[in-house]
Design a binder for this molecule. Structure first.
Ligand SMILES: Nc1ncnc2c1ncn2[C@@H]1O[C@H](COP(=O)(O)OP(=O)(O)OP(=O)(O)O)[C@@H](O)[C@H]1O
Length: 909
């Protein structure tokens, strides 16, 4: 029974291509595709899976004008799929399988594929039935790949096609970048790193590099390589981070397009390099998902830098600074397929976002190249990966892409997405960038338009004169000429483009041109550094100037401070001297330094009141002034310090000259101006010596005298001349009499002024209760009695009032004269003086005392008489006492006698 063979279920009639892209016309012509019809006839899938790949086209040398190389690698289909997370408890066993990275191909288990290889540069993507919305089949042809690696391709083949040209270029000094793109589990990591049994691109590249180095080790001893490895990851979705995958690597940061702090390990042999790579792979973040049991969760980047230090003199190596970069990106993944949750889901977002940004950058570059008016979008700044690969993504450096896909029907959407996204990249064109690496002028110009790249690429540099001109210009290090050099270089390129030449001479010229550009770059760097140094120098100069000014100001301040200190010390010295003088003044020697005629302001002898008296008075007036000074000193601050000896000496010195009535003092006292200060307890309370006591008594006596300005009876000068006449009379009458008795008797017997004088001495001028009826006596004893009686009366009669009026002053006075009370005569005098002082005190004065004051001065002779009496009493009492003061009293008595004699003689004259 013959059965009609049914229509094969796997036969799918697909619609004609809708989005299939023809090979770009700019691509080099490839071998005619075996069969790339627009409509694919139904064919068994087994044929597709197990059919031999079409013969590879002959390998052509990479043209400088070729487009972006995009390779496609199809992962084997029959690999044991990873167990579902959480459903299979034996995950560890599965992981162990996966770790072995040996494809466990289950032949015939899943023969439904969606991607078939048409030829070495094209594939056809057929949508599975389940994915079709309608019954109409859908297939897409993607052509134009640099090469398509079938599922059974081996690592070596991939390396030779993809990596080896880059390594060779790297060895020649050309930087290169290889990026693996593809959905999760598509074999990116396997392609890049492989396994020990089947190493991937990186191990093979290292093997090639070091084998080449070993072969030419003797001739190029200066060549060295540095390896660095880092990953960009996202932890808990908190942004991107960079981790150094080298041993002792730490977290890094990205500045501009360079990773700051990235460790570069110098590798001198393959073993070291492989161990570093293995260590980095162990350190790299991976996790198991439903799509891949060891899924990469980060973007891993490996840099191999070729550092060529010297030249061998024969061959010129331009590999200095060339970097070979290999990037294994984490594959885009769908949460539905991976089953990611939580952290894995956040990582998926980061991975998908990075892949999307990467694609945006390349698409923007492509659009910009198509239409130069369209600006290059700045998508690179949206992720660390694109920022790091910015120069590549902006078309400044050549890069290579290898796409890994899974051919299964289940992976149709992922594969379709990747092919649709990446197939346009094949149209990205590169100018001759690799031949002119790291040229600043070129870097700037490439950002403007792609047409300039073409111009540079066509440059053959055969015009040696122009090259020499540029070289000569480059010899100048002056940075100002660098821009001119660059301009000349641009002109040079334009002229060279106008007359292109080919062949070996053009290539050599290009190499020389590279040297010139290297020198130009050096000069530009020097210019930049020179400008920076100048700016820094200017700033330092400004700071130095400011510092100098500040130092000057500080020096001025220091000088001023020194002066101030000197003045302060000087003042302190003066103060000390004054203090020492004060202490010395406590024991002044008047004999050695007689007081000068510089009256104290409050006791000035040259005041308006005293002027007429000075002119008209006799020497006695001068003596009064003399005493004025003495008294001034006495009352200023030497009152308490002057010893009896000093006073006696002064007394003896002045003899009859220096002793006299202190008119000014009297004036001041009687006017009440200085009563307060004069009668201050502080001053008077410090008087303890006999001399001070005596002087105090004298001053007190003076204070009793009131100058009657209205009566004009001042005895010595001016208006008081009548008194002086009366004094003369008294003097004429009592020549041989004792001075005291004579004076007192004369005064009391002959004129009213005498009585007035006596009463004034007694301080009874203003006292109404003084007994004025006491009869005067003519003998000395009576006189003395009268005086005593008068004084006693006055004192008795005054005491009560005064004590009431100013007990404080009275108390102070009594304290200041403690010894006076012991002697009757002196006590009487004191009793007389005490109330008189009190009478003159402000407290006892009437309110209008100052306006209606009367000044009445005693003749100096009267006062001297009074004092003389006291001295006599002192002399008599001295015998009863210890005898010390008697001698002094006698001296003073003698001085007083001589003084009185002199006074009398002056008066007589
Ligand atoms: N060409 C191949 N031949 C044999 N096995 C392969 C091939 N490609 C991938 N595999 C296997 O597939 C599994 C996943 O591969 P790999 O981890 O390289 O995928 P991936 O693209 O890096 O995934 P992810 O993006 O998640 O890291 C590995 O077990 C690997 O051994």
């Amino acid at each position: 029974m013959e059965h009609q063979s049914p229509c094969p279920p796997t036969t799918v009639r697909r619609n004609p291509h809708r989005n299939a892209r023809k090979t770009p016309s700019t691509l080099p012509p490839r071998d005619p595709p075996p069969s790339a019809p627009s409509t694919i006839a139904p064919f068994p899938i087994d044929e597709l899976l197990h059919a031999d790949p079409p013969p590879d086209p002959p390998r052509k040398p990479q043209s400088p004008s070729e487009n972006l190389n995009v390779f496609l690698r199809i992962r084997p289909l029959d690999i044991v799929p990873p167990p579902k997370i959480g459903k299979n408890p034996s995950t560890a066993a599965v992981k162990k399988k996966g770790k072995g990275m040996s494809p466990n191909i289950l032949k015939g288990r899943n023969k439904n594929v969606c991607l078939v290889m048409n030829d070495s540069s094209s594939v056809t993507l057929s949508a599975p039935i389940s994915a079709l919305e309608s019954k109409r089949a859908k297939s897409e042809v993607y052509d134009g790949f640099s090469h398509v690696f079938p599922s059974d391709s081996i690592q070596k083949e991939v390396y030779e096609r993809v990596m080896d040209p880059l390594v060779e270029g790297f060895m020649e000094g050309k930087s290169a970048l290889l990026v693996a793109l593809g959905p999760t589990g598509s074999g990116k990591t396997h392609t890049m790193f492989g396994c020990p049994r089947d190493p991937g691109m990186v191990p093979r590249a290292l093997q090639k590099i070091f084998s080449h180095s070993n072969e030419s080790g003797d001739s190029h001893p200066s060549r060295s390589y540095y390896l660095s490895m880092f990953e960009i990851y996202s932890e808990w979705g908190k942004g991107e981070r960079i981790l150094d995958l080298s041993p002792n690597g730490v977290e890094l940061s990205l500045q501009q397009s360079s990773v700051k702090g990235l460790q570069e390990v110098m590798v001198c042999n393959l073993t070291v390099a492989e161990s570093l790579i293995a260590h980095g792979m162990l350190k790299r973040a991976t996790a198991a998902t439903n799509a891949n049991n060891q899924s990469s969760r980060s973007q891993c980047i490996i840099n191999i830098r070729n550092d060529l230090r010297n030249f061998d003199g024969k061959k010129e190596f331009l590999s200095s600074g060339a970097v070979l970069t290999i990037a294994d990106l984490a594959g885009a993944e769908k949460a539905r397929k991976t089953g990611n949750q939580g952290t894995r889901l956040l990582e998926s977002n980061f991975i998908n976002n990075t892949s999307m940004v990467f694609g945006h950058c390349l698409r923007s570059l492509l659009e910009h190249q198509k239409n130069p008016k369209k600006p290059l979008q700045k998508h690179c700044k949206n992720s660390l990966l694109t920022r790091y690969l910015r120069e590549y993504l902006e078309g400044k450096k050549r890069m290579t892409l290898i796409l890994t896909v899974k051919p299964g029907e289940d992976d149709y959407l992922d594969t379709s997405f990747l092919l649709r996204q990446a197939s346009p990249y094949m149209k990205i064109k590169y100018s001759n960038l690799e031949e002119l690496p790291n040229f600043p002028s070129l870097k700037r110009s490439t950002t403007h338009s792609g047409s300039e790249h073409l111009k540079r690429r066509k440059f053959n540099g055969s015009d040696s004169s122009l090259v020499n001109a540029v070289k000569n210009d480059n010899d100048e290090v002056d940075g100002n000429h660098t821009s001119e050099k660059e301009a000349k270089y641009e002109k040079l390129q334009q002229k060279a483009n106008a007359s292109p030449k080919s062949g070996r001479s053009a290539h050599m010229s290009m190499e020389r041109l590279e040297d010139l550009h290297t020198e130009a770059q050096r000069a530009r760097n020097e210019k930049i550094m020179l400008g920076f140094a100048k700016a820094l120098w200017n700033v330092l100069k400004e700071y130095k100037q400011k510092l100098t000014e500040s130092d000057k100001d500080a020096e001025k301040l220091r000088d001023a401070l020194r002066k101030e200190k000197a003045s302060v010390s000087k003042l302190e010295k003066e103060l000390e001297e004054l203090r020492s003088c004060c202490s010395c003044c406590k024991h002044p020697s008047i004999d050695d330094s007689p007081p000068k005629q510089e009256p104290f302001s409050g006791f000035s002898a040259t005041g308006p009141l005293m002027k007429p008296s000075v002119q008209e008075s006799t020497k006695c007036v001068d003596m009064v002034h003399e005493y004025n000074n003495i008294s001034m000193e006495y009352h200023s601050d030497t009152l308490e310090s002057r010893t009896s000896t000093d006073v006696s000496k002064e007394w003896a010195k002045h003899g009859g000259e220096g002793f006299g009535a202190n008119n000014i003092l009297l004036d001041e006292i009687s006017s009440g101006d200085n009563v307060g200060s004069f009668s201050s307890p502080m001053v008077l309370g410090t008087v303890h010596t006999e001399e001070n006591e005596m002087i105090g008594q004298m001053v007190d006596s003076f204070s009793n005298i009131k100058v009657d300005e209205e009566c004009k009876s001042f005895p010595f000068g001016g208006e008081c001349l009548p008194r002086q006449t009366e004094v003369k009379l008294a003097d004429q009458k009592g020549e041989n009499l004792p001075v005291n008795n004579h004076r007192v008797a004369d005064l009391e017997e002959t004129n009213i002024q005498g009585q007035h004088l006596v009463s004034t001495i007694a301080g009874s001028e203003h006292s109404d209760n003084i007994d004025r009826s006491s009869p005067p006596t003519s003998n000395s004893g009576e006189n003395e009695k009268v005086v005593t009686c008068n004084t006693q009366n006055s004192s008795l009669s005054m005491d009560g009032e005064i004590m009431k009026g100013n007990p404080k002053v009275s108390s102070s006075i009594s304290k200041s004269h403690p010894s006076v009370v012991k002697h009757d005569g002196l006590a009487d005098e004191c009793k007389v003086r005490e109330p008189s002082v009190k009478i003159q005190s402000p407290a006892s004065k009437p309110p209008n005392c100052r306006k209606s004051r009367t000044r009445k001065l005693l003749p100096a002779s009267a006062m001297l008489l009074k004092e003389f009496n006291s001295l006599e009493i002192d002399a008599e009492n001295a015998k009863e006492n210890k005898g010390k003061s008697s001698t002094k009293g006698m001296e003073r008595s003698q001085g007083s006698i001589s003084l009185l004699r002199l006074l009398n003689s002056n008066v007589n004259r």
